[in-house]
Design a protein around this ligand. Structure first.
Ligand code: HEM
Length: 494
């Protein structure tokens, strides 16, 4: 019978199995409703590892952080490429980027490391700082009176500012000597249009990853294709100050792949999505929690002012040329802790590997489990981020959680008296760890620094509760709030 219904029986040496109530879907609905609650309840029942059937796939959830290294280190039995390449091709509509499929010989991993880390980071940060300032202070374009209170949703505000600045930083500006107000407004309209398309497409991203075809979603499909049109190589090549990432990807698309022009453009849409989809909600949570916590605001402002003063920079919105070097950004432990704490509370990325063959997975407690070929092994970092044995009062926001007694970055976290190697994982792990993580944290620090330097900010309702997380995106990264929260801001008088 179990062969007919597709239900797996636990074999000796395998982790305990939860087949769920529904054939094929298995535990998908319970998991989807609230993954953290579901996994915590199963962990209580089964211990360090258990298997759930989710939408036809058997997924082994490993819950013991001391055993994480068994999955994170690149073992010969585990494959990470299959999931990544498949997911990207499915969502963005380009042909496979897996070199073994024959459409390209580009080593994407190398491309990312070369253009987002090391020496590539400083120019990225520099451009981002300029773009953030001109976006935030609306220089050139019809200015609202920023010296008077402006009200907005924090989510809407973060999306507008960070998307525009991030988009221009990666994809450059239109190559056009004409700097008239009309021209600038047209450029701005183009970016805001891209933001609308991005949001329309991003809404259905979880459905695409779950396997639904994009044609079911007409407006999201046209949103994605509109974005792709703006990223055809003939259009990108008319832009100035395009980032190393996009320049190199264009070159490698042209020289190493057999993609047609539309497919090439769709690979750039994938880059846009990767660079924004997590950064935008992460910026929202960081700003929201910071504004709501007076001690956090105070400590952050102090750090920001100290940083600008120590490099003799004057904050002047009429001459907005503040600079933060990589070194300065690396030396802002308060902002660092504020960002980490917001992401601890809001990130929910599933770290996934696929078994290339039957093998024995060795856990930290000396137990070993048989894993079958093609099964998925998953780590769900919120299990650590909300573990009360690691983080006291895990549901409470504490802006200084990641500061030690000297006010520097805290890196010692313990569980049952043992020091943890993995205690904070919003960027994934091992080979699939986000290659843009340094840029991401730097750009959020820049955003906060500029806001704190130029503006006064306050919540319209100082006692507002945090909006619940939208769990429909659980597994994919930083979760969005289910609704926006209003605040107001105005230029400080300097
Ligand atoms: C992949 C998180 C910002 C570029 C990932 C992954 C996570 C992640 C969890 C997948 C790792 C895995 O599957 O194990 C985040 C978060 C961000 C952020 C939380 C912001 C707060 C950025 C930015 C960029 C970027 C700003 C680029 C400018 C990428 C790329 C990949 C990726 C290219 C795919 C890597 C690959 O497939 O090898 N990110 N990311 N990310 N991220 Fe980020």
């Amino acid at each position: 019978l179990w062969l007919i219904t597709g239900i797996r029986r636990r074999q000796p040496g395998e982790p305990p199995v939860e087949n769920g109530w529904i054939p094929y879907l298995g535990c998908a609905l319970q998991f989807g409703a609230n993954p953290l609650e579901f996994l915590q309840s199963r962990q209580k029942k089964h211990g360090h590892i258990f298997t759930c059937k989710i939408a036809g796939q058997y997924v082994h959830f490993l819950c013991d952080p001391f055993s994480y290294h068994a999955v994170i280190r690149q073992g010969r039995h585990l494959d990470w490429k299959k999931f990544h390449f498949d997911a990207s091709a499915k969502a963005f509509g380009h042909e496979s980027m897996d070199p073994s499929h024959g459409y390209t010989t580009e080593n994407l991993h190398q491309t990312f490391l070369k253009t987002l880390q090391g020496e590539a980071l400083s120019p990225l940060i520099e451009t981002m700082m300029e773009n953030l300032q001109s976006t935030m202070l609306q220089s050139g374009v019809l200015k609202p009176k920023l010296s008077e209170w402006q009200s907005d949703g924090i989510f809407a505000f973060c999306y507008k500012i960070m998307f525009e600045a991030g988009y221009l930083t990666l994809f450059g500006k239109e190559l056009d000597g004409d700097q008239s107000i009309a021209r600038q407004q047209a450029q701005k309209a183009l970016v805001l249009n891209a933001l609308e398309n991005f949001k329309e497409f991003d809404k259905i991203f979880p459905a695409l990853i779950a396997g639904l075809p994009i044609h079911v979603f007409k407006s999201a499909y046209s949103a994605r294709e509109n974005l792709a049109k703006t990223m055809l190589h003939e259009n990108l090549s008319k832009r100035a100050n395009v980032s190393d990432l996009i320049c190199l990807r264009m070159l490698l698309n042209d020289t190493l792949s057999t993609f047609n022009e539309l497919s090439k453009a769709r690979t750039h849409v994938a880059m846009l999505w990767a660079s924004q989809a997590n950064t935008l909600p992460a910026t929202f949570w960081t700003l929201f929690y910071m504004i709501r916590c007076p001690e956090a605001m105070k400590a952050a402002s102090k750090e920001v002012m100290r940083t600008f003063e120590s490099s003799y920079q004057k904050v002047d919105p009429l001459n907005s040329r503040l600079v933060l070097t990589r070194e300065q950004l690396d030396n802002m432990p308060v902002l660092d802790s504020i960002i980490k704490e917001a992401m601890r509370l809001s990130s929910a990325s599933l770290n996934v590997r696929i078994a290339k063959s039957d093998f024995l997975l060795h856990l930290d407690n000396n137990e070993s489990y048989h894993i079958r070929k093609d099964d998925v092994i998953a780590l769900y970092p919120p299990m650590i981020h909300f573990d009360p044995e690691i983080y006291e009062d895990p549901l409470t926001y504490k802006y200084d959680r990641y500061l030690d007694e000297n006010g520097q970055e805290k890196t010692s976290f313990y569980r049952k008296g043992r020091k943890l190697r993995y205690y904070y994982m919003p960027f994934g792990s091992g080979v699939t760890k986000c290659p843009g993580r340094f840029f991401a944290v730097h750009e959020i620090k820049q955003f906060l620094s500029l806001l704190l330097a130029y503006f006064e900010m306050e919540l319209l309702d100082p006692d507002v509760k945090e909006p619940p997380l939208d769990q429909s995106r659980a597994g994919l990264g930083v979760l969005q709030p289910t609704y926006d929260v209003d605040f107001r801001y105005r230029l400080k008088s300097h």
